[in-house]
Design a protein around this ligand. Structure first.
Ligand code: EPU
Length: 434
């Protein structure tokens, strides 16, 4: 029932810190299951998806100690399979990485079909294809996934039919403990895939080629503990870059890898936004009008689909007509209905959105349809005249650490409101929580 209330129209000024990458964290935490010994994870984002994955490991016998904000020790020396994880695995997308890591650890896996954002059909056929090539039998029935490597995991040559972040990660995780050599072709190249490979290699795995379109894995007998610090979140940084582009102002964004942001920075520059890069920081400044652009989302190093709702929102304010083409998901424009409530003029046809720019958005009650759509509603609220209420922020909190606190530190007028449960009779007034 929590929501954000935003009084828009204020420019953003100041400095903010980016947290660790969500999509690296949600792959690395399941992979820890294969490690015999204590793993210290640093720069871990404090978001509900990572909390749930750590709870899942706990239910499987792992010892999890929170050392300080963003630093967690996980010891998987004594783990086992457990059906108690099912209510949690159903809630998050990344729970399917447990298939690869359970196979690596136990030679078998038992979990549910994953949850996550709804962008239309989200098949896992490429994950299954990769597992089968490694000698695994996979049975999916009544929402449960049972997989078993009867004769152990065996290295194989695998060609993925589709560039898939999830399948690349899952097959790479399983291949770490397979006998012999695995070659995976046509893989995704996202920064968090490289981060996962670096994590696994630092624990004793032998993975080469992550970041190119062929990954080669030589199987090892076991992984040992160690300390690993996650990369910063490319999409969190991109979201704040979009917020400054839309609302105007000047912000320094620390703890980023500017190379990971190049496709976003280039597009914002084309729109008339100043972006300057430093070693591990960037500054974003926008005072003048925004220019129209066309955007097509693609796998890395293309423009990320996870920035599509945020850039579409900013383009509502640009001069002229922009065209956005979604190149990854079949159905990622559900949030457009919410933007229309704020005065946006956007026509959607299939994977294309045509945005009639030059609009000043006006505040309205809107909902976060999913994680990035929710972030886009916050960006819209910051740019809009008047008050915007964003409902269902539970989606946003899956992937953004302290979004309200970070925006408030830049001068935004945004608060999180916790509404009491209407079923409770003493419920009468909203409670401010930040
Ligand atoms: N696909 C298949 N078969 C498969 C797997 C994927 O056909 O077996 C298709 C999908 O339908 C889609 C395309 O391949 O059309 C790409 O899907 P991919 O597997 O790359 O996506 P994912 O692994 O399910 C991850 C991120 C998403 C992000 C996409 C694309 C995680 C947990 N999720 O999803 O992130 O949109 O990659 O970059 O890492 C988000 O963070 O908001 C988010 C949704």
């Amino acid at each position: 029932m929590d929501k954000y209330v935003i009084n828009g129209g204020r420019k953003l000024y100041g400095t903010l810190e980016i947290s660790g990458a969500k999509n690296a964290a949600v792959a690395i935490i399941p992979a820890v299951l294969m490690v015999n010994g204590r793993c210290r994870l640093e720069n871990l984002p404090q978001i509900s998806d990572t909390d749930k994955l750590l709870q899942i490991l706990t239910l499987m016998g792992a010892k999890v100690d929170f050392i300080s904000p963003g630093t967690v020790d996980v010891d998987c020396s004594d783990v086992y399979l457990s059906d108690k994880i099912f209510p949690l695995t159903r809630q998050i997308r990344a729970s399917y990485y447990l298939i690869g890591s359970m196979l690596g650890r136990f030679g078998k896996a038992r979990t549910t079909m994953p949850g996550g954002c709804n962008f239309g059909v989200r098949p896992i056929d490429q994950h299954v294809k990769g597992m089968k090539a490694l000698g695994v039998s996979v049975n999916i029935a009544r929402g449960l996934i049972d997989a078993e490597a009867g004769n152990g995991l065996r290295g194989a040559h695998i060609y993925l039919d589709k560039v898939s972040v999830g399948a690349t990660i899952n097959v790479m995780i399983a291949a770490v403990m397979a006998k012999g050599r695995t070659v995976i072709e046509n893989v995704a190249r996202e920064p968090h895939i490289v981060d996962l490979a670096n994590f696994l290699n630092s624990m004793g795995a032998d993975i080469r080629g992550a970041g190119t379109d062929v990954i080669k894995v030589r199987g090892v007998e076991s992984l040992h503990g160690g300390t690993y610090s996650l990369i910063p979140d490319q999409i969190e940084a991109g979201t704040y870059m979009a917020a400054v582009a839309g609302a105007g102002g000047s912000v320094r964004i620390n703890n980023v890898i500017p190379r990971h942001l190049e496709c976003i920075s280039a597009k914002l520059r084309e729109m008339g936004v100043e972006v300057e890069e430093y070693g591990d920081a960037i500054t974003v400044r926008r005072e003048g009008p925004l220019e129209r652009v066309n955007v097509k989302t693609q796998p890395y190093p293309g423009f990320p689909t996870d920035m599509q709702p945020q850039i579409t929102t900013v383009l509502c304010m640009a001069q002229g007509t922009s065209i956005v083409t979604e190149g990854v998901w079949d159905n990622r424009y559900k949030y457009v209905n919410e933007l229309r409530k704020m005065g946006a003029e956007i026509q959607v046809s299939g994977k294309t959105a045509i945005i009639e720019g030059g609009r000043r958005l006006t505040g309205a009650p809107v909902a976060a349809c999913d994680l990035r759509a929710g972030a886009a509603m916050v960006v819209a609220g910051l740019c809009a005249e008047g008050t915007t209420v964003v409902e269902d922020v539970v989606f946003i909190e899956r992937g953004y650490e302290d979004m309200v606190g970070k925006l408030r530190s830049l001068g935004a007028d945004i608060i999180a409101v916790s509404e009491p449960d209407p079923r409770m009779e003493f419920a009468s007034r909203p409670r401010l929580i930040g």
